[in-house]
Design a protein around this ligand. Structure first.
Ligand SMILES: [Zn+2]
Ligand SMILES: [Zn+2]
Length: 331
């Protein structure tokens, strides 16, 4: 499913299988989750896409062909391909263990072709083995919603009371990890979205309400997954002294001005960008221990536009996942 031009719907096209280059693997895609970032790409809010582009960066598939010098994987292995597709290994960030900030990084489904397809190629060094307890569809949202959620949770620190703004794919995973770590989770949804609030409570959050409400207690940290800048002052009001507000999305609408008093007392605001391979390894080891279970709504690959629209309108509980035609979605 190909994005030809910003603002156009994706088109179903037939293309030759990409040959795996040195260090790359060719993957038969089994499932690919749909991320909010994909909406930002097709809508042109992220301004540097490769065009035409195959979107999708939460890919689960089977290795079907090995490029030259591939040692990490064998044909038949099930692997996951995340957003971070390549880094230079040379820049200051790469050398300081911050490859997520690499000046020359390439991103799956943005500057590299991604997983809204039957086949894709990936650099073996950035792929992860998928824990066996997960089916293909269940595993797909772990590759971004899970990974970026995990990185955001680390950034939020060890405080006991955690707020999550926007209870979609990432929050529903983070809530399970935070509960496993014996924290209290407070879920904030679009005002009046009682169904999403019920979904959050069923996942073990101690409170669920609308994003324009304040929680019953001061929070230690809040993570904002929704791309709405007005949530930053709202979350700052919800955290106590020394609290942190982590913005987990790649794009957000402008932040309204706010009084300094809500930032005062050592509150802070920061963002989380991309992921490192280390995040991926840590998260893939932790997820089956919790165990993180993902709630998914599946669509056929050809229904990618419908899946994107459902995500946009907030209809999806958990994560939307595309499956390829002849795949049942279970491993
Ligand atoms: Zn670099
Ligand atoms: Zn993503």
């Amino acid at each position: 499913m190909l994005l030809g031009k910003i603002g156009d719907p994706l088109r179903q096209v037939e293309m030759a299988r990409p040959p795996p280059g040195p260090g790359q693997i060719l993957i038969r895609v089994l499932a690919c989750a749909v991320c909010r970032t994909d909406l930002h790409v097709v809508d042109g809010e992220l301004t540097r896409p490769k065009l035409p582009l195959i979107p999708g960066h939460e890919i689960v598939g089977t290795v079907v062909e090995l490029g030259k010098d591939v040692r990490r994987f064998k044909i038949g292995h099930r692997v996951g391909i995340p957003w971070l597709g390549w880094t230079c290994g040379q820049c200051t960030y790469c050398r300081n263990g911050q490859e997520n900030l690499c000046d020359f990084a390439k991103f799956t489904g943005y500057t590299l072709d991604g997983g809204y397809a039957d086949y894709t190629v990936a650099d073996q060094r950035y792929c992860f083995p998928i824990p066996e307890i997960y089916s293909d569809t269940e595993a797909a949202p772990l590759l971004c919603a899970g990974l970026i959620g995990y990185r955001s949770l680390i950034k939020a620190g060890n405080g006991k009371r955690l707020g999550l703004y926007g209870f979609g794919a990432a929050a529903h995973i983070v809530a399970q990890i935070a509960k496993y770590q014996q924290r209290e989770v407070y879920a904030f949804t679009r005002p009046g979205d009682t169904e999403a609030q019920r979904f959050a409570l069923n996942l073990g959050t101690v409170w669920a309400g609308s994003s324009n409400e304040l929680p019953p207690v001061k929070l230690d940290a809040a993570i904002i997954f929704a791309p709405a800048g007005e949530l930053i002052p709202q979350a700052l009001k919800a955290v106590g002294k020394g609290g942190i507000v982590v913005c987990a999305g790649i794009h957000m609408s402008d932040i309204p001005t706010f009084p300094y008093s809500i930032l005062w007392e050592e509150r802070s605001v920061c963002s989380v960008a991309n992921l490192t391979r280390r995040d991926g390894e840590e998260f893939m080891a932790l997820a089956p221990k919790v165990p993180v279970r993902t709630e998914v709504v599946t669509f056929h690959l050809e229904q990618a536009n419908e899946a994107l629209n459902s995500l946009r309108s907030g209809e999806i509980r958990g994560a939307a996942v595309l499956v390829t035609q002849d795949c049942t979605g279970t491993s």
